[in-house]
Design a protein around this ligand. Structure first.
Ligand SMILES: Cc1cc2nc3c(=O)[nH]c(=O)nc-3n(C[C@H](O)[C@H](O)[C@H](O)COP(=O)(O)OP(=O)(O)OC[C@H]3O[C@@H](n4cnc5c(N)ncnc54)[C@H](O)[C@@H]3O)c2cc1C
Length: 367
């Protein structure tokens, strides 16, 4: 008999999302995670289009967001599909508490998974805490591949002495020129009039340097009229924006999280798609069914490929293209599409809101 039904390699967003669901099913599992303690290291924001077990970790919810490009500012609003932020600190606490309360689940912290090898009808997992055997191995570690195009960002949560931010509206993409050679924009999560996460972001082939991001962020804080302030938290990231981006799974394993293609290629958003992967796998594991993570349908993959080809080929056109998407796509359809919706009506609305010429060229001549 294997030691556990499921070994989960990596206790980050994807590994813990799966473990939190398995904790209620009777399926036995072990999470292997190198961290010895978790910090509130990131904020996950997304348009909520589905339920997940972390609803009580939502720190803020907005029903308005703005995009500012060469043609002016576009305001969009939706109460049905709000933009929400889950704090990772609350998420990690909740997931670890669910695992703790589960007699057939455990998290081994402070140890790394090193290899997973098929052995006699089960899997042998080598870890720095010794070996264990499992019926299934779910690999939720960081991707080993490097993307050819990505979303790079540096953000600081700040508290300042005056009311600078409008907490009713998220400045989602306020485009800038002259920083990187990609598509640059400012993103703000305004938690209160005097408190926000201010983030500078590039969609680019390579990451701008930390020094450039630091200068740019300082410029933005100056432009907002923010004088003395406290930095409460800093976050930086590099997310894949590449159609078909995923590590090939090792034999006998299933790949989830960023390494399993969870980031939406045209945006880098991953949180909700990770929740969808965890929902599907926990259902299949509880039912003893074959394991399969949800795949993007061919039409969605084609649209992502064409969109990214246009963006990479002519980043200077990115601000106008993205602005026209937010200006013209029907309310909520774009937000659902960016969150991973596969509905044909959402897709059509997005296609109809973009200028056809560059996309037809990219569709006809794949790079
Ligand atoms: C700062 C930041 C902000 C983000 N904001 C958003 C957002 O607003 N919205 C959104 O949709 N997405 C966002 N993302 C993208 C994405 O949702 C996150 O990166 C998310 O954490 C990805 O989950 P994951 O499980 O794939 O990776 P991680 O959460 O990074 O988990 C990977 C885990 O693998 C572990 N690991 C590494 N090596 C080993 C090993 N040898 N053995 C075992 N475990 C190992 C790591 O310690 C880690 O815990 C953000 C990413 C970052 C970095």
């Amino acid at each position: 008999m294997p030691d556990v039904d499921v070994a989960i390699l990596g206790g980050g967003c994807a590994g813990l999302s799966l473990a939190a669901r398995l904790a209620g099913t009777g399926v036995s599992f072990r999470v292997i995670e190198p961290r010895t303690a978790y910090a509130d290291d990131r904020a996950w924001s997304f348009w909520r289009t589905a339920e997940d077990p972390f609803r009580d970790c939502v720190r803020a919810s907005w029903s308005r967001w703005s995009v500012a490009g060469p043609g002016g500012t576009v305001m969009r609003a939706s109460r049905a599909v709000p933009y929400q932020t889950v704090t990772s600190g609350a998420f990690y606490d909740k997931a670890l508490a669910l695992i703790d309360a589960c007699p057939q689940g455990a998290a081994t912290l402070g140890h790394r998974a090193e290899a997973a090898i098929p052995a006699g009808g089960a899997m042998q997992v080598e870890t720095t805490a010794g070996a264990l055997t499992a019926r299934h191995v779910i690999d939720a570690r960081h991707p080993a591949r490097r993307p050819v195009f990505g979303q790079y960002f540096l953000g600081r949560e700040i508290a300042c002495g005056s009311a600078v931010f409008d907490p009713r509206t998220v400045p989602l993409m306020h485009f800038r020129r002259g920083y990187s050679d990609g598509v640059d924009f400012l993103y703000i999560l305004p938690f209160a009039p005097d408190r926000a996460l201010v983030e500078v972001t590039s969609f680019a082939a390579t990451s701008p340097s930390r020094a450039l991001f630091g200068r740019w962020l300082a410029d933005e804080l100056d432009a907002l009229g923010i004088g003395a302030h406290d930095v409460l938290r800093e976050e930086a990231g590099a997310l894949p924006m590449q159609a078909g981006f995923a590590d090939p799974p090792a034999p006998g394993t299933v790949r989830i999280g960023l390494g399993g293609g969870a980031a939406r290629p045209s945006t880098g958003y991953a949180f909700q798609r990770i929740q969808a992967q965890a929902d599907a796998l926990s259902r299949q594991l509880a039912a003893g069914a074959p394991l399969r993570t949800p795949l993007d349908p061919p039409m969605t993959r084609f649209m992502d490929r064409v969109f990214l080809q246009v963006l990479r080929g002519a980043p200077e056109r990115g601000p106008a293209l993205l602005e026209s998407l937010f200006r013209n796509a029907a309310s909520e359809r774009l937000e659902r599409f960016l969150s991973g919706s596969t509905r044909a009506a959402d897709r059509l609305s997005v296609m109809a809101s973009l200028p056809p010429a560059p996309f037809l060229r990219a569709a006809a001549w794949p790079a």
